[in-house]
Design a protein around this ligand. Structure first.
Ligand code: ZN
Length: 395
């Protein structure tokens, strides 16, 4: 892995395109000047010839430079490619089993996922180019018109927080959407105002502890949150009593890491903003690609074992191995039947017996061989019931 890292670093160093770009700019300006000179006196062939000769003299060395720069990048890229091939001997072939991947342009699902990802990441220029190209290819992306504008707003608000440490636009947005946020049980507005208070308290951009602005802010803004967040507000205000020794006081944790608070609040903001648009907080394409990258080594190993042992895996929707993903990548609760050890599905859902024990529907049917009215004993306690009394559990 070390050699790979080395080649990657080298590529990163070499792939600086600023030199070629400067060269191209120089060529462009030489061409523009020459064109202006020629068009100012288009009848004089002698003058034109001189201008062209000069132009050639000017441009030739720049082009030579450009080629050299390109060679450097190209060789670094080739070396990196070779290092990759050496490290990862098994080629992961792209699956074409799935409809979105089999090149069906009409559905455009993959393109849609990419376009959505670009918008969500704030790469609006790239996204608009992508849209244009997709349109030329006749792909249907089916993305709402207003979505780019919404995300532009989001990035403006996040930028204000990140660059200027200005919570104003974020608080304004949260206030405008207060009803919707409340309905979701979100405490975003309070979270934002609390950070504003803490930022003032810490002296914010002015420096020094215990800014008077914090107290004024609390008086002006915290009233509206009293019903819901009184204990929290009390803590924030009482901290004033410990002003000179705040970092050794019981209130120290409230003020210990303002940088992290900014990151956390930005994340909460993004999450709530996306959820009001009906979107997840993180780009699904990013999650899918990351989860795929985590799973790839296991999948490759599985493929090679299958080839070696010549075994086939018949279950289409399930992998024969478990691939543990980090907790934040787990979105659905699953239920595994304690009797059959099968994971429950839509067609074989979990069923709860009157005693409260849950087993899969197939297991229940097996227990109640004679039909839904036959008395069966729960596999986990002495209680008896019938299959008809079992209720489906929705996860
Ligand atoms: Zn039971």
């Amino acid at each position: 892995m070390e050699s790979l890292q080395k080649e990657h670093d080298r590529l990163l160093n070499k792939s600086n395109l600023s030199k070629p770009l400067t060269s191209i700019d120089k060529i462009l300006s030489a061409l523009t000047t020459a064109r202006a000179q020629i068009s100012s006196d288009p009848t004089s062939t002698a003058a034109t010839a001189i201008t062209l000769a000069k132009l050639q003299n000017q441009i030739n060395p720049i082009v030579a430079h450009l080629n050299d720069d390109q060679k450097e990048i190209h060789s670094a890229l080739t070396k990196y490619g070779k290092a990759l091939d050496k490290k990862f001997k098994t080629a992961a072939s792209a699956s074409t089993d799935y409809e979105p991947l089999n090149g069906d342009r009409e559905s455009g699902l993959i393109s849609r996922a990419i376009a959505m990802h670009l918008i969500r990441e704030g790469s609006f220029d790239v996204a608009s180019m992508f849209f244009q190209e997709a349109e030329e290819k006749g792909e249907m992306l089916d993305i709402e018109d207003g979505l780019t504008r919404e995300f532009r707003d989001l990035y403006e608000i996040l930028d204000a927080m990140k660059v200027r440490r200005d919570l104003g636009p974020a608080i304004q947005w949260a206030r405008n959407k207060a009803t919707l946020l409340d309905a979701r049980g979100s405490n975003l507005e309070f979270e934002l105002c609390r950070l504003q208070y803490i930022w003032y308290f810490m002296g914010g951009e002015i420096g020094g502890v215990g800014n008077k602005r914090a107290l004024e802010y609390a008086r002006r803004e915290f009233g509206r949150f009293q019903d819901k967040y009184l204990p929290e507000i009390e803590k924030l205000i009482t901290a004033f009593a410990f002003l000179p020794t705040i970092h050794s006081s019981p209130y120290a944790p409230l003020f210990s890491d303002p940088e992290r608070m900014w990151t956390d609040v930005s994340r909460s903001f993004t999450k709530e903003f996306c959820s009001l648009l009906g979107l997840s907080a993180e780009s699904p394409l990013y999650i899918a690609a990351t989860a795929g990258a985590i799973a790839l080594p296991t999948l490759l190993k599985m493929t090679s074992i299958r080839k070696e042992k010549n075994t086939a895996w018949s279950s289409v929707n399930e992998l024969p191995v478990e691939i543990p993903l980090p907790p934040r990548y787990q979105f659905h609760s699953i239920f595994v039947c304690p009797v059959s050890k099968d994971q429950t599905t839509e067609t074989n859902p979990p069923m709860m017996l009157p005693c409260g024990h849950v087993i899969a529907q197939d297991s229940l049917h097996r227990l109640a061989k004679g039909g839904s009215q036959v008395t069966l004993k729960c596999p986990y306690c002495p209680k008896e019931s019938t299959a008809a009394q079992a209720k489906r559990v929705y996860l």
